[in-house]
Design a protein around this ligand. Sequence first.
Ligand SMILES: Cc1cc2nc3c(=O)[nH]c(=O)nc-3n(C[C@H](O)[C@H](O)[C@H](O)COP(=O)(O)OP(=O)(O)OC[C@H]3O[C@@H](n4cnc5c(N)ncnc54)[C@H](O)[C@@H]3O)c2cc1C
Length: 420
Amino acid sequence: MPILSIVRWLSIPLLVLAATAGPVYWAFPEGLSAARSLGIVLGWAGCGLLLASLLLMLRETWLSRWLGGLERMYQWHHRVGMVAYVLLLAHPLALAADAWPDSPLLAWQTLSPFSLGWAVRLGWLSLLLLMLGLAATFATRLSYRLWRWLHVSLGIGVLLGLWHLLQLGIEEPVLPILALASLFLGWRLIREDSGLAARPYLVQMAAPVADGTVEISLKPLAEPIAAAAGQFVLVAFFAGPTFRGCGEFHPFTVSSMGADRTIRVGVKALGDCTRRIQAIEPGVLARVHGAFGTFLADRPAAAQLWLAGGIGITPFLALLRAGPVSQPTTLVYLYRAEGDAAFLPELRELAERDPQLSLQALATGNEPPNPDSFLPAPGQLGDSECYLCGPPGMVATLRQALRTRGITPRHIHFENFGFR
Ligand SMILES: Cc1cc2nc3c(=O)[nH]c(=O)nc-3n(C[C@H](O)[C@H](O)[C@H](O)COP(=O)(O)OP(=O)(O)OC[C@H]3O[C@@H](n4cnc5c(N)ncnc54)[C@H](O)[C@@H]3O)c2cc1C
């Protein structure tokens, strides 16, 4: 494994360790009972983990490059946030356990939000907001917009938790943690969610490429983003002569990069915003942030098996539009029906022109595709490198099917088209 990959692989665990050990070391209690010391250590460790979780929600290209990509950052963001919550829940319990042997009343007062004034009330309010935000992360049926707003309650919970410490008269290391937490939250809201980090683009062309899918060409109005085939960008579409975009940033894969730095994205109607985008027209303003992702970067020289589901074809299309493949490559393109198969005529032409590329285009109907009907038999995969892109459910099924065919995880690369 090249050094850089090891550094990237270790980056987040080391960052989380430092963010946890720092406050614990700084405020390590001395001369207190074991239960009280544990309560205090749990509190600081929880704070440190929350800080790390906030850093891992930032969407900056340089940061995602160092930390192994946005999807990996989100996975750790969730994990670290959950552990932080458990530690912060245990924190008051350990403090109450310390008081219990001498005075059950004091133990209750330590816990009760009604007795020891605002400091404890703020602590409970913070825990309640963290609980609400975390509960929402599991409620995948919630609309994405409501899910996002409930997620914001987590950020407020963090700030209230730190205010709880200030109310207890604890300043060191609360103030630096509070400053960093406010910086990360402000950075995400101002620079990323409100689009300051994004570049202005103009919709130059929009063409339907299948039922419910449109390909949009975007011309840079200022310095263009740098993107490589297979990468994705966060795009927000605003108003045009008759079009009103939803103005939210959504991830879309760059399906081609023009010599004149125009980029194209293919958008399939999968929800409110993408349905609205089907009616987009030239002249609509957009903001583009990116590019992100390393899905198809640094592909080994071995034979390639590419598995694309629905609009998950876009990263592979970008690579094929950029030129002929350099290794024997089999592209399996799965779609519900011929009418949904975006870019199929173009892919057929590309496969006809490229002797190293073989295309299997399969209409699977509404049933989940059966891997045995299109995956090569175990012995035939040899040391192929496998690349999967599409809806998370399809990716999970195919990863499993490849594993049972003896392909080890190191040779299975995937991009989920859903961050949640
Ligand atoms: C790395 C990546 C690359 C993608 N590339 C493409 C592409 O090339 N073409 C394409 O059509 N689709 C692509 N998608 C999927 C696309 O982002 C979603 O379909 C779109 O965001 C749905 O928004 P909506 O408002 O229409 O639907 P909603 O009903 O709001 O959301 C449907 C689902 O889309 C996801 N989603 C919604 N909003 C966001 C958001 N702001 N950020 C992240 N996920 C969100 C959620 O998982 C949600 O459950 C990609 C997704 C990812 C993660």
